[in-house]
Ligand binder design. Sequence first.
Ligand code: F6P
Length: 324
Amino acid sequence: MKKIAVFTSGGDSPGMNACIRAVVRTAIYRGLDVYGIYRGYEGMIEGDIKKLQSHSVSNIVQRGGTMLKSARSAEFRTPEGRKKAYDNLVANGIEGLVAIGGDGTFTGAKLFFEEYGIPTVGCPGTIDNDIFGTDYTIGFDTAVNTALEAIDKIRDTAAAHDRVFFVEVMGRDAGFIAVESGIGGGAEFVMVPENKSNLDEIVKSFKNLRKSKSSSIIVVAEGEEEGSAETVMKKVKELVKDKDREFKVTTLGHIQRGGNPTARDRVLASRCGMAAVEGLIAGKQNCMAGVMNQEVVYTSFADCIGKTKPLIPDHLKLIEILSI
Ligand code: F6P
């Protein structure tokens, strides 16, 4: 293998740049030529591919976003789109790929590998932490800290006015951000897609809490079955029937996707990026490089996207016990 390419795809996450840097520099260290594909699968289809040097990735390890840009490509879902992408890789002499992204990225990479056989190793880049085969994903730690900072600030004003706040955090299919920011921020409740929420239970314990507390924070993951934080707030307000209690909603949204990556995310991103290139050189393909129990592990794309990573069971109990 002489030439490889790296790209970022799907929702960006803080630490993607640190991962790109690790891929580029490990490849050069190992004597490979390395190319950057811009805007993920879109750029692969359009041939937006440029050779990268060691200095191309200077001064990015600390930056959020992705210097290669990112996109979600509808065309890559079609056989014609993937054929164009393959032709562009062949035209550039690319023999291996590093795909940085989440489950959508790996679903595309798996299909592409099955059709065209270009060895591909993935790196888990998503704030949601919902990828099987790695304890944490690149960007999750930064996103949790962003959410936590916001929750701390909301707590100040909630306490000052004796209000109840419903804070919506990201997590379309998974509650990792909600749970960890909830534990760190001392939330009274956390609502996540993995668990069926019982609103009556929440209201009951909520009423009990009122005896000792004047303000509360309820963290709602975006994918919560009962609906958005706004919807949940309205339902709870209706059930609580307390005219004197003020209920407020804050949706954190895309601020969770940006910002300088934390040290944890930079280290994880660097390890995964290096492991992806080392893996390609060693003949790994159709798999992701992640870190579990401090060790680099390679997990097939099929398992990464097919298996569900559960929440840590103790975490929900922790919230219940610590919120009394
Ligand atoms: O990166 C994953 C994620 O943050 C989800 O939690 C969220 O639903 C989604 O991205 C939103 O991303 P976009 O606005 O880019 O479609």
